[in-house]
Design a protein around this ligand. Structure first.
Ligand code: 2NL
Length: 362
């Protein structure tokens, strides 16, 4: 029995995994196990034999059971240690590289515009970039023969739509506002920012550019509402009250009367900076910033509204130009080159969300 115990303890100690240990347990203590077989001999023993041999058999079983249990605990601990070592996170490793990518200045300015005008009660409207000539021209009081059609340097498609309308890339975002009036009726308070297209390309013009237009339609709207809205917008956008505007009579087919809006700039180290006024005696000048006017009654009628009941004002302005002025960017064409160094320099963090409470340009 001493020999059986010695062999059993050696085998248990040599079991390297739980499967080998279980096999050993079955060989000794299983139904057909050798120690189980010894236990079965107890029944045939005399009381004296049971006193001596029986005790020895029980002690053998206890010793083997205890050895199995302690080896099992050892192997389980080792397995847990190995698993934990594999799952270890090395907090001293260097951080992964910062996320690449930034918000383009045009996107940032669009977000700023949406925020400023939302505070004034305007919704943001969008519409298709591929338009028909009715929404882009005719409804805006620019008939087929009107010289303004030629002036717009339009990209036309070579096919008309099902209704016989010429298809084109919108030359301004005005068709979005026509669609909004037709679909929703009056009153209207919207801005329409987005991509626009004209066949024009030089240092200050790209064939695709961004425009924002604004439209208010209600009863009793007049030029005073227009002037206050533009002044309030520009002060919020450029984050200064030091803004002087001049409304200069102009002409657009879709507004009557029409006014171009100039803003005073001063010269600082040869650079144009918004602010100051014509009578502060310092170097400066007027810069044209927006086009605007009272919506032409024919445009209101074309959109299905009664011009006797509804009036409104509208304005339009280049977003790319606004971004250049505000963020001191002097080359328009670099906006659309996709140069990563430029984007890294002029781009914004995705976390710099413009808010009126937190600051429009963070
Ligand atoms: C400019 C001039 C302007 C409008 C856009 C407009 C839209 C509707 C009706 C009437 Cl639906 N007007 N938009 C009005 C005046 C000027 O833009 O120089 N844009 C860059």
């Amino acid at each position: 029995m001493e020999q059986v115990q010695e062999l059993a303890l050696a085998r248990i100690a040599a079991s390297d995994d739980l499967a080998a240990l279980e096999a050993a347990r079955i060989d000794y203590l299983g139904k057909q196990g050798s120690i189980s077989a010894l236990l079965k001999t107890l029944g045939a023993m005399t009381p004296e034999q049971r006193q001596s041999e029986g005790r020895a058999i029980h002690e053998l079983r206890e010793a083997v059971s205890a050895a199995l249990a302690s080896r099992k605990a050892e192997l389980e601990n080792a397995a847990l240690d190995a698993q934990l070592a594999g799952e270890r996170l090395d907090m001293s490793l260097p951080a992964p590289p910062r996320l690449e990518g930034s918000i383009h200045p045009v996107s940032q300015v669009m977000d700023e515009l949406a925020e400023i005008f939302a505070d004034l009660g305007f919704a943001v409207a969008t519409g298709p970039e591929i338009e028909d000539d009715w929404h882009n021209f005719t409804a805006l009081n620019i008939p087929e023969t009107h010289p303004a059609r030629a002036m717009h340097d339009t990209f036309y498609f070579d096919r008309a739509d099902a209704g016989g309308h010429k298809m084109l890339l919108r030359t301004h975002t005005s068709p979005v506002q026509i669609r909004t009036m037709v679909a929703d009726g009056a009153p209207v308070r919207i801005i329409a920012p987005g991509r626009t297209y004209r066949s024009d390309s030089d240092a200050t013009h790209t064939p695709m550019f961004h425009q924002v237009e604004g439209l208010v339609i209600d009863r009793g709207i007049h030029m005073g509402h227009l002037k206050w809205t533009l002044e309030t917008f520009l002060k919020a956008f450029f984050e200064t009250d030091d803004i002087h505007l001049r409304l200069r009579p102009s002409y657009f087919p879709f507004t009557e009367p029409s006014a171009e809006v100039d803003v005073w700039y001063r010269l600082e180290k040869g650079r144009r900076v918004l602010g100051g006024s014509p009578d502060d005696g310092k170097d400066g000048g007027w810069m044209e910033l927006l086009g605007s006017g009272m919506v032409h009654p024919k445009v209101i009628a074309a959109a299905g509204l009664d011009p006797q009941e509804w009036q409104g004002f509208a304005f339009g302005c280049g977003i790319d130009r606004l971004a250049m002025l505000k963020y001191g960017i002097d080359d328009l064409r670099a906006f659309f080159d996709g140069d990563l160094r430029w984007l890294k320099h002029y781009g914004f963090s995705a976390l710099d969300v413009p808010t009126l409470s937190g600051g429009i340009s963070a």
